[in-house]
Design a protein. Structure first.
Length: 184
């Protein structure tokens, strides 16, 4: 509905679309190790491209698939252009905290241990080849389903499964080398 209104030139619908999708787009950008200021610039670039291209959106996939594909492509272009270290992922403490806050039975020691394991996984994921890392990030951190990732990256489902398997194995080997057992 919002997409159709945007295609008809409704400015308020575009603002609503932006508000609805800004956070997921930001999360994808941050997972590609793009810093805060550049991440904000990329959000703007993504939504400028959405504004310019929305007439071409045919609805052959979900809008979010189209948007996430555009976001991933913008991130890759940014990394290539800026020659940032493509083998690291952003580790930002705010992404480990629940929006709801502590829950009943909250154990600070367990929480700290969980955060440390997450941090180690992210650091290890940063050493995985970019193609497998994209799949791992979208699946494990973006909470997207395999078929959705295949749509976003325009690759077969089997390739997504293989790259996810490959990423997990590489991460597992890195963590075992660091003395961490039973992860992933």
């Amino acid at each position: 509905m919002l997409v159709k209104l945007c295609q008809d030139g409704d400015q308020r619908a575009f603002e609503a679309l932006f508000k609805q999708h800004r956070r997921p787009v930001l999360n994808i950008i941050l997972r590609f190790n793009i810093d805060g200021e550049s991440a904000q610039d990329l959000i703007q670039e993504v939504f400028i491209q959405v504004f310019k291209s929305i007439q071409g959106f045919k609805g052959e996939s979900e809008f979010s698939t189209w948007l996430y594909r555009m976001t991933v492509n913008k991130c890759i272009d940014y990394l290539r252009k800026n020659k940032k270290d493509k083998n690291t992922l952003r580790i930002d403490e705010k992404f480990y905290q629940s929006e709801e806050g502590p829950v009943a039975g909250y154990n600070p020691e367990k929480e700290y241990e969980h955060k440390m394991i997450q941090r180690m996984i992210l650091e290890a994921a940063g050493k995985v080849h970019i193609k497998s890392r994209k799949v791992f990030v979208l699946f494990s951190l973006g909470n997207l389903k395999i078929d959705k990732i295949a749509e976003i990256l325009k690759i077969p489902v089997g390739t997504v499964k293989f790259r996810l398997f490959e990423a997990r194995n590489q991460i597992r080997q890195i963590l075992i080398g660091q003395g961490v057992q039973h992860v992933l």
